[in-house]
Ligand binder design. Structure first.
Ligand code: PMP
Length: 401
């Protein structure tokens, strides 16, 4: 008899479980719109050309060894990552008051940041948007923070509930941490305008709230790395402190390589140094030090002017394909005379459309059309192609009529 016989089976992850169900479906027309991973118009995963080139050169370089990285990761990678999110001319970087540590993609960066805050920050409450990426509450709770939500999405307009957001953040206790999606909010695809960001910034700074940015889609929303980083840079420009978790999963297509970075912008260089020393104490007992391969690819690309430029072009092409899928789906629904206002499909931004379909309609589409998505009606535009748009439009039409 097993000493584990009392262990009950856990449910599948609500997001990754969609793919598990998809894989079991033998239908030739099945469509997986649950995954947050980019696909080509042929429905294939994409390895960027610049990534192939960088890998080739890294492999050919016989001087490269497999030694451990420092606890904080690859130094070049950290510097270049900070530059990417904060901007090449960021005063915070010049003043040496940013500490950046390489972490296991976006998730690992969030977790390390949260563990640090739980140990060293005076306010252990973090406010996350309602709704948000399903992993956020779990990451923060397990790190030892207490999770509360702020209103974000208005189902009536399928847009931002800006008034609700201001009210909820405005009534948060002084010093509370606020999780902000830097761009391309997941799952809603709804972002504040720059003017609204400015209002959020003023309110948060006036109340001494601590911003924790989750930047999982830099470059993926607008196609421009700089535009998508603007909200973060607004908060850095006022001289205040903040955290940013960066992921290279989407914008460099390095999903499984698990490359990301946590940056903490501090008031001065002395504080930043001490903060970094404590981040090492968080990381060392968790996984000792991060893996070398993915970070080497990123550093190689960010360092080389030509590769960097090539990357921005490939990134823009991915963003543009997603935007074109929005248009195609919108047009297909209009052509079918599908009841309802579907303009949110072209207004929302980033990888996902929050369709407004309810869980019963989602279940119907899965059962009758073999279309897989999360039960909140979120579809990955990146998983869609010109060929599959009509099938999806038929399914949505049937689900709402
Ligand atoms: N934050 C958000 C909002 C995300 O959508 C994701 C990926 N789905 C992540 C963080 C983390 O992804 P990863 O750990 O793969 O970088």
């Amino acid at each position: 008899n097993s000493v584990f016989s009392h262990v009950v089976r856990a449910p599948e992850d609500p997001i990754l479980g969609v793919t598990v169900a998809y894989n079991k479906d033998p239908s030739p027309v099945k469509l997986n719109l649950g995954v947050g991973a980019y696909r080509t118009d042929e429905g294939k995963p994409l390895v960027l050309n610049v990534v192939r080139k960088a890998e080739q050169q890294l492999v050919n370089d016989r001087s490269r060894v497999k030694e451990y990285l420092p606890i904080t990761g690859l130094a070049d990678f950290n510097k270049l990552s900070a530059k990417l999110i904060f901007g090449a001319d960021s005063p915070a970087i010049q003043e040496n008051r940013v500490t950046t540590v390489q972490c296991l993609s976006g998730t690992g960066s969030l977790r390390v940041g949260a563990e640090f805050l739980a140990r060293h920050y005076h306010q252990r409450t973090i406010y996350i948007p309602q709704p948000t990426w399903g992993n956020h509450p779990k990451v923060f709770t397990l790190a030892g923070l207490s999770v509360k939500t702020y209103r974000y999405y208005d189902p009536a307009t399928r847009g931002l509930n800006f008034q609700g957001l201001l009210e909820d953040i405005g009534s948060a206790p002084s010093g509370a941490i606020v999780l902000l999606h830097a761009c391309a909010h997941n799952p809603t695809g709804v972002d504040p305008t720059l003017q609204q960001w400015e209002n959020i910034r003023k309110l948060m700074r006036s109340k001494g709230l601590l911003p924790f940015f989750d930047s999982a889609y830099q470059g993926f929303a607008s196609g421009s790395l700089d535009s998508d980083a603007k909200p973060v840079r607004m908060f850095v420009a006022d001289g205040g402190e903040l955290l940013v978790a960066q992921s290279y999963a989407k914008n460099m297509g390095l999903y499984g390589e698990r490359v990301g970075a946590l940056s903490i912008v501090c008031r001065n260089a002395d504080v930043a140094g001490r903060v970094e020393s404590q981040l090492k104490l968080v990381i060392r007992p968790m996984y000792s030090n991060p893996p070398i391969h993915g970070a080497s690819i990123v550093a190689f690309i960010l360092k080389d002017r030509n590769l960097y430029n090539e990357w921005t072009i490939e990134l823009k092409a991915m963003a543009d394909r997603i935007i074109s899928m929005r248009r195609q789906l919108f047009d297909a629904l209009r052509a079918r005379g599908t009841p309802g206002d579907w303009s949110h499909i072209i207004k929302q931004i980033g990888m996902f459309t929050f369709t407004g379909l309810n869980s019963a309609q989602v279940a119907f589409m899965t059962k009758e059309y073999h279309i897989y998505m999360t039960s909140d009606g979120r579809i990955s535009m990146a998983g869609l192609s010109s060929k599959t748009v009509p099938h999806l439009a038929d399914a949505i039409h049937a689900a709402v009529t």
